[in-house]
Design a binder for this molecule. Structure first.
Ligand code: PYC
Length: 316
């Protein structure tokens, strides 16, 4: 019977499941090529690991792969119940704590390779300082007509995934309102697609809302709709990177100034940025720093019995 060993952690309440044994061999080459090999040849492994009945739409999985340079600590491909992610901030924090739990790394600075670039990750016990990929605000103040809600205005930004960051919402961000918030953000995502508003041609698959923080020590609270339909329990590392890029573009946050981003469940990432030149199209970029904490919460051997109709997960 096929088995896959995984380690589960959570970062501010958001789960990460890293495959440590039994994953597919994707060969060598760029990580973006290897994502395509994963999608084309082994997509059932993805669904077996993160979809129901073993996982859920909340779980982000990660496959460890050999990096393209020996000086990098590891390569990682993140995925969820619908497909593959460019980068994942909470997942990188979970990955570092997982590698430490396995005895494969020690505290200190590391370099992690993802399909969308190389990120820095310094491990400090259960805390991790992530220096994310260069992030930028592509379009500011974009208006999208959302059926049932009217004109929604927001920024389109890159933080390792594509985000629409809503600027004119007065929705209260409380866990008790998750159903309404999920409906609203799903409608925004559909409207963006219908109105052909993209991130450099790519689907904008993460939608972010903001509100005042509950804890006055923080600067903001967010709600992030993820591609698979779940909301991020953490403040979302790539989403907060996109937020920092928009704050920088609007002149609302100085380089090095601390931004404490609170999630809808109250977990916090401490963040800041440094300017980082421009994109090839001349858009100012930033290098975001995201600090968060992860905890190991399980070690399992997943078993795929061929007699089980759902041994490769419930695929939609
Ligand atoms: O932390 O970047 C993140 C993330 C993306 C999707 C879920 N979490």
């Amino acid at each position: 019977m096929k088995t896959i060993d995984v380690i589960d952690s959570h970062t501010g309440g958001e789960p990460t499941r890293i495959i440590v044994e039994g994953g597919p061999d994707l060969g060598l080459g760029s990580l973006s090529d290897r994502v395509e090999r994963f999608r084309a040849g082994f997509d059932e492994i993805r669904s077996a690991v993160v979809n129901e009945p073993r996982g859920s739409e909340v779980v982000v999985g990660g496959l460890l792969v050999e990096p393209t340079k020996p000086e990098y600590t590891t390569g990682i491909i993140f995925f969820n119940n619908t497909g593959y992610l460019g980068m994942c901030g909470h997942g990188t924090i979970g990955l570092m704590v997982t590698l430490k739990h396995l005895g494969r790394i020690k505290d200190g600075p590391h370099v992690i390779e993802t399909p969308v670039g190389v990120v820095g990750a310094e491990l400090l016990g259960s805390r991790v300082v992530v220096q994310n990929v260069a992030s930028f605000c592509l379009h500011a103040n974009v208006e999208v007509d959302v059926p049932g809600y009217g004109a929604v205005i927001g920024d389109v930004a890159w933080g390792g995934n594509w985000f629409f960051l809503v600027k004119n919402s007065s929705e209260q961000l409380r866990v008790s309102r998750v159903e309404q918030l999920t409906h609203f953000t799903k409608q925004i995502r559909c409207a963006l697609e219908d109105q052909n508003i993209t991130g450099q041609g790519a689907v904008i698959d993460h939608i972010e809302l903001f509100d005042s923080p509950v804890d006055p020590n923080n600067q903001s609270r967010n709600f992030v709709l993820c591609p698979g339909g779940a909301y991020d329990r953490s403040p979302c590392g790539t989403g907060t990177s996109a937020k920092l890029a928009c704050l920088a573009a609007d002149g609302k946050l100085d380089p090095g100034e601390i931004w404490r981003q609170e999630s809808i469940v109250g977990s916090v990432f401490e963040c800041s940025y440094q300017p980082m030149g421009k994109t090839t199209d001349g858009i100012p970029q930033i290098c975001p720093t995201i600090i968060g904490e992860a905890f190991i919460c399980g070690e399992s051997k997943l078993m795929m019995d061929p007699a089980d109709q759902f041994c490769m997960g419930i695929r939609k």
